[in-house]
Design a binder for this molecule. Structure first.
Ligand code: THU
Length: 136
């Protein structure tokens, strides 16, 4: 799948985000190596800590469906669902990516189908800790 289609999938999913506390709506579209796409959005909670980010929502959906190999993820979002800047993945989500993705996994932060920046996971999480440190 091309970048534009993946970005479109993330942007179209943004209105579904459940963010009544921060009002910061985030959406993600995760591309598996087999070509399938899983979207996700952030899901907040009145007690705050159970909140899950869009990226992890997408990953956990895919992982629950048996997917284990991932190519790229698009992230977009902003206050009140208005995209004004690139949305960067939080540290926890980067660590979840590390669990299931190689260093070349592509993280695409999009403002629109034409305006985006992309970084590899290795660029976003250098000197990372992973299963290999545990001899796995
Ligand atoms: N959030 C995400 O979903 N992904 C990110 O990459 C950054 C932050 C969510 C979590 C919370 O619901 C809201 O944005 C404000 O932090």
């Amino acid at each position: 799948m091309d970048r534009k289609s993946l970005i479109r999938a993330a942007i179209e999913n943004l209105p579904n985000s459940y963010a009544p506390y921060s009002h910061f709506h985030v959406s993600a579209a995760l591309l598996c190596k087999d070509g399938t796409v899983y979207t996700g959005f952030n899901i907040e909670n009145a007690t705050y800590t159970p909140t899950v980010c869009a990226e992890r929502s997408a990953f956990f959906r895919a992982i629950n469906e048996g997917k284990r190999e991932f190519e790229a993820i698009v992230i977009c979002g902003g206050l009140n669902g208005v995209i004004t800047d690139y949305c960067s993945p939080c540290g926890v989500c980067r660590q979840v990516m590390k669990e299931f993705c190689g260093p070349d996994f592509l993280v695409i932060m999009a403002k629109s189908e034409e305006d985006y920046i992309e970084k590899t996971l290795d660029e976003l999480l250098p000197l990372s800790f992973g299963a290999e440190m545990l001899g796995k």
